[in-house]
Write a protein that binds this ligand. Structure first.
Ligand code: SIN
Length: 299
């Protein structure tokens, strides 16, 4: 096995070289699975994957989820969600902004996604440097780094995760600055706000969750989506959530991924959160394929 792990200086984001995900031995698969569970985010470099090959690799980790907005799912392979700023025939081929604030995917659902694998087909480049980096923070390392007094304070607390509050904020922001966004995206945000209000009830999850495989504890709160702490006065809860998120995104817990073609970044929503940087625009093109692994109720 020629698999080699190159460690970053962060607790997550380590690079796995020397494998072909379309042609893995059982030992290589096990090494990748163990690294993903242990570190929360790993980057498998140098891949050339068809949608079918990405799907086959992803399915080895569990059932896959289809993204709720069908317009951005790959025709013919709807379990691939397209993340892209490319417009074809006047229509976006994918979602340009799949997460510009810190979040853990689908935390507003009773059973949020376990993780996601994002594969780079086109990376925006300027003066030889990639744009559109993705930041990842280890919520597990951040939990470990809390003072014992804070750990004691948050043990057993639950927090509300509200997609409808998030959708309303996103639509309001887009409406306030419509010059910054295409009309299809603005219409989509408004429709999402109205639908979310009716169809996506708020859900509460533990503020400290336990990883379903490793048993490691991590903080579980997303910027904008985690809206309040159950049983705590609103402002006190919001201040606590802000202080926890500020703690998680300190440099010692964060890895910044600078994309290269053929990278497949695997993130685990149980022990990390992420944020995409929107510092590029057409004609600089970004095109990625994402598969999403189904998760379980956080405990
Ligand atoms: C995502 O949050 O699913 C996408 C992240 C990215 O576009 O880098």
């Amino acid at each position: 096995m020629s698999l080699r792990i190159e460690y970053t200086s962060a607790p997550l984001g380590h690079k796995i070289h020397g494998v072909d995900l379309a042609n893995l031995s059982d030992a290589e698969f096990k090494a990748i699975e163990d690294a993903w569970n242990t570190y929360g985010v790993v980057v498998v470099t140098g891949q050339t994957l068809t949608p079918e090959q990405q799907l086959a690799f992803s399915r080895r980790f569990g059932g896959l989820e289809k993204f709720v907005i069908d317009a951005y799912n790959l025709p013919g392979n709807p379990e691939i969600f397209v993340v892209s700023n490319i417009i074809e025939n006047g229509k976006p081929i994918g979602m340009a902004d799949a997460g510009r604030m810190w979040h853990s995917d689908m935390c507003f659902m009773p059973e949020p996604s376990r993780g996601a694998f994002l594969y780079a087909l086109e990376v925006p480049m300027q003066n030889g440097e990639p744009l559109g980096d993705t930041l990842f923070a280890s919520t597990a390392a951040a939990y470990d780094g809390l003072p014992d007094s804070v750990k004691a304070r948050i043990t057993g607390l639950r927090a509300v995760n509200s997609f409808s509050a998030r959708s309303a904020a996103a639509a309001a922001q887009a409406e306030a600055d419509p010059g910054n966004i295409d009309s299809a995206t603005l219409a989509h945000l408004k429709a999402q706000r109205d639908k979310a209000k009716v169809e996506v009830p708020d859900v509460d999850h533990p503020l400290v969750r336990t990883h379903p495989i490793t048993g490691r504890k991590s903080l579980y709160a997303s910027e904008l989506i985690t809206s309040e702490v159950v049983g705590m006065p609103l402002e006190e809860g919001r201040a606590l959530l802000k202080s926890l998120i500020d703690h998680i995104i300190q440099p010692q817990y964060v890895y910044r991924h600078r994309w290269k073609l053929g990278d497949l970044v695997m993130w685990d929503n149980c022990s990390s959160m992420h944020q995409a940087i929107g510092d590029y625009q057409l004609p600089l093109r970004r095109h990625m394929h994402r598969t999403t692994i189904r998760g379980t109720r956080p405990v």
